[in-house]
Design a protein around this ligand. Structure first.
Ligand code: MLT
Length: 405
């Protein structure tokens, strides 16, 4: 008789956003006349910009002609895309990253979930609390997290780094056990917080000193407005020997439904004599047949002059929403964080409500969907996340509704 991977059975409940999706669907089914506004999952609402649509059409036409038709993509990504990423995201920011250190994929969610495969089972992971649930859940599936304590909502073998209002939602360097793999996400999902370059440098120095690796999720870098916030971990000295960076096209270019991302692994990043680059290349070669040609051409268009100009406007549109939410809620007496360098606003729930109580309250009384902070970890209890990815119209309407509650 076959047996299942019992690590899956250890996972408490379902994936956060599936759980919310089910609750909202049930509410809508029971209240069909209500106009529900979603500021929950960070899914974009604006259409792909013209430069990207044009590139997509052109690539589709190429696939219709024998001379330009392409089959399997190179598993690490087409050079035209890797070269433009290296140039625009790294060289222009003074980061020493070459095209052959970039692995193109179908998105940062897959990469952030899969990357743990190249580490030993007994490696200890450290995560921020609250945290994007994928980092923890995928390590649970791999059997790396020990046992779950439903009271503390923590895993015995995970090092949690609380991110609270007291520390500005920036994790502190671990004082007890030394982690092998450290997950950091800045600008942060879910709190919308950031760290300065000097703060990030401390993490790089810590990782190099202790032989840890940092998995740096920079999916929201396009939302950075302040000068002292690093766009890439490779802006820090020494990051080439300790950091992997994950990037996404979802939030800067609206690719949530198109799917494209990439992971950077510098060749100096080693465990003994083994480069992580070689392991990830091996994994990619075995398990992945490359992101589609058409989509990689769309990704290339993100970096064209027209693409850059159009996307600056699109990101600006969402940033405007972040401002509307942040200022609207602050004006209504809420304590709000984030929203300046990130598309997420992190608010303190009113009247001592738990995160899920506030979720129900907002859904039932305001017909607004947000994300309960406790869904991201125990330190998120008493907080709530709203996303800036709605339309202007819905965002304004939602804030007016919250003010009227
Ligand atoms: C979120 O809402 O946290 C994100 O949209 C999830 C994701 O990017 O996978």
């Amino acid at each position: 008789m076959f047996q299942v991977n019992e690590n899956y059975l250890k996972l408490p409940g379902s994936y956060l956003f599936s759980n919310i999706g089910k609750k909202v669907a049930a509410y809508k089914a029971a209240n069909p006349s209500k106009e529900v506004i979603s500021l929950g999952i960070g899914d974009v609402t604006q259409p792909l910009v013209p430069a990207i649509i044009e590139a997509l059409h052109k690539a589709v036409d190429e696939q219709a002609v024998a001379e330009t038709f392409r089959g399997y993509a190179p598993d690490l990504g087409y050079e035209f895309l890797r070269n433009t990423i290296a140039e625009n995201d790294y060289k222009k920011r003074g980061c020493d990253i070459s095209a052959d250190e970039i692995f193109v994929s179908d998105g940062a969610k897959s990469d952030s979930g899969n990357i743990q495969e190249i580490f030993a089972q007994n490696n200890k992971i450290a995560v921020c609390d609250p945290v994007y649930p994928v980092y923890v859940d995928t390590n649970v599936m791999a059997g790396r997290t020990g046992t779950y304590n439903p009271t503390t909502e923590q895993w015995s073998d995970v090092i949690y780094m609380p991110c609270t209002a007291d520390n500005g939602f920036a994790p502190e360097l671990p004082k007890g056990k030394t982690p092998d793999v450290i997950y950091l996400c800045f600008p942060n999902n879910p709190t919308g917080s950031t760290v300065t370059k000097a703060q990030l440098q401390e993490w790089v120095d810590y990782a190099n000193k202790n032989g840890s690796v940092i998995i740096y999720d920079a999916a929201y870098e396009a939302y950075i407005s302040e000068d002292n916030v690093p766009h890439s971990i490779y802006e820090c000295e020494g990051a080439r020997t300790c950091a992997i960076e994950l990037r996404s096209f979802s939030k800067n270019a609206g690719f949530t439904g198109v799917r494209l991302g990439f992971t950077v692994i510098p060749k100096e990043l080693k465990s003994g004599d083994v480069t992580l680059h070689s392991l990830w290349a091996r994994r990619h070669g075995t398990k992945f047949n490359g992101a589609p040609y058409i989509i990689q051409r769309a990704g290339e268009a993100v970096y064209s002059d027209a693409g850059k100009a159009q996307l600056k406007e699109q990101v600006g549109y969402y940033k405007e929403n972040a401002k509307i939410i942040k200022e609207g809620l602050a004006g209504a007496g809420y304590t709000v964080y984030g929203g300046v360098n990130a598309p997420y606003i992190w608010l303190k729930t009113p009247d001592q409500m738990t995160s899920w109580e506030f979720f129900d309250f907002l859904l039932e009384k305001g017909n607004i969907v947000g994300t309960p902070g406790s869904g991201f970890g125990p330190s998120g209890e008493g907080y709530f996340r709203l996303t800036a990815f709605g339309t202007h119209e819905n965002t304004k309407k939602a804030i007016e509704r919250i003010k009227a509650l």
